[in-house]
Design a protein around this ligand. Sequence first.
Ligand SMILES: [Zn+2]
Length: 312
Amino acid sequence: MMSHCQKTIKKEVAVAGIGLHSGQEVTMTIKPAREGTGIVFARTDIPSVPEIPARIDHVVDCHFATTIGNDRCRISTIEHLMAAFSGMEIDNARVELNGPEVPALDGSASAYVMLFREAGLKVQNRARRYIEILEEVSFTNGDKKVTLSPCSKFCVDFTIDFEHPAIRAQRFRGKIDSRTFRKSIARARTFGFLKEVDMLHKNGLALGASLDNAVVIGAKAVINSEGLRFSDEFVRHKVLDLIGDFYLLGAPLKARVKAVKSGHELHCNIMKFLAETPAAWRLSGSEPEYPDRLSRWGYPVVSPSYGLAASF
Ligand SMILES: [Zn+2]
């Protein structure tokens, strides 16, 4: 049952690049970690080297990117790296950064996947634990919706619909395992609209974004001279974001996730709702420390401004 054991990387690997939103150059070093650690980030540019576990209870912002933090520091745009950890089935790792944001590299997860392949994967001595959904749960905000239902695998069905000739309606459906992730999802890049650049810059966002790390969409078409990596690269990137976000549950998810126009905010809200609704899920295996960890999640369940449509 080797494939059901936890994994880490075999050796330390490092990469440098700029953050998508901050534009700041950051060096990221990823180190092996022992069984049961999970994914933990650390800021080495701060004297006390504060650590932040990559879990939903540490998410402090999820508007344009997923940011984790505590009273001492923040680390933003973790979702593509988290997707690579999830997709490559890496349970335990320590991510050290000397700045506030994960390097964007090419705007997809493919460079992180290459880093993990360079490091090699190490099978550890403890069983993987999965979060299994027991009852259908859904969360709605306007025309955006995400639904989790019971499934023995991790399956995603994502639909987007943009009123733009370069995108329109796109749908991706499939079981997500490491092969599907590497072949069909990891290379899909983040994207943005040229007309929104001024607004984003005024809000201190997308300062590091360029044609090197994002698909940029003009009035009628994609501006990047190389074009798209997949004809439906946009929905594939949304699936990548979803995979990264749901790894913040702290364990791999076994569920069918049906997402319509959803994003980081809706994903975070349904995860917070799950954390407060123990009847809707269970953790496979019987690791003594884990249920205790989950029970310590303490935050406001959901913002009252969101229409909650959960049913059991
Ligand atoms: Zn993204």
